[in-house]
Design a protein around this ligand. Structure first.
Ligand SMILES: Nc1ncnc2c1ncn2[C@@H]1O[C@H](COP(=O)(O)OP(=O)(O)O)[C@@H](O)[C@H]1O
Ligand SMILES: [Mg+2]
Length: 215
């Protein structure tokens, strides 16, 4: 797996008003962090900036020591290093599970890829691969979405309320999977507003008034 580190220094982001005011954070493959905070506190904004989806306004973002500027080719870095998981799965409804999982590989045909078979086995979705994603339960959808997040062997997994729509049994399954991927050397950042869920992580940070503090 690729080595990686991210450093945010005095990072800022505003929309109509300032959302992130002074964010300082170091992440690497040893990180399993939960970020908690009220709705609207900027958790998704921070995750999207970390995941190279959203641009930032001020401060410094270093990826593997290199300054990420707003003209940097975000998509290439994102595909190579980062896997995203969302509360509402964001699967493509017209595709099968297999097609959804392999979608990132279409954009990165030369990238190293994990075995789809092995991933499907580990996530317990093998019998579902050729079904439409519309036929799946929530827990199954999230496991397919996790397979898609893992197919290009990312070193960082970013999960935005990944269990927000799931029952306790499926929540447990997803947290076991995140823990296992972390044990294999992937950094994990988990966003949640559920303190019980946050305890799954090795450290909990709260986003409040635009800054992160330890809890
Ligand atoms: N693309 C956007 N355009 C304008 N305002 C936005 C955008 N995304 C988020 N915001 C605003 O930024 C604040 C933080 O949003 P968000 O990061 O989604 O918070 P959280 O995930 O903690 O609920 C909110 O006030 C929200 O309305
Ligand atoms: Mg959010």
């Amino acid at each position: 797996m690729n080595e990686f580190s991210i450093d945010l220094l005095h990072l800022q982001k505003s929309y109509a008003r300032p959302v992130l005011k002074d964010i300082n954070l170091h992440i690497d493959r040893n990180s399993y962090l939960a970020i908690v905070g009220k709705s609207g506190s900027g958790k998704s904004t921070l995750l999207n900036i970390l995941g190279l989806v959203e641009r930032y306004d001020g401060g410094v973002y270093r990826f593997n020591g290199n300054l990420i500027r707003n003209h940097t080719d975000y998509a290439k870095l994102r595909l190579r290093y980062i896997g995203f998981i969302f509360q509402s799965y964001h699967l493509i409804p017209t595709l099968t599970c297999r097609e959804n999982i392999l979608l990132p590989a279409l954009y990165a045909p030369k990238s190293k890829r994990r075995s789809l078979d092995a991933l499907a086995e580990a996530l317990d979705i093998k019998p579902l691969l050729d079904q439409s994603v519309l036929t799946l339960s929530g827990g199954e959808k999230q496991r397919v979405a996790i397979a898609r997040a893992l197919i290009l062997d990312p070193c960082l997994l970013l999960a935005d309320e990944p269990t927000g729509n799931l029952d306790p049994k499926n929540r447990g399954i997803i947290f076991d999977l995140l823990r296992r991927e972390h044990a294999q050397g992937r950094g994990v950042i988990l966003i949640t507003h559920d303190m019980a869920a946050a305890k799954e992580a090795d450290a909990v940070l709260e986003l409040k008034n635009g800054v992160l503090t330890e809890r």
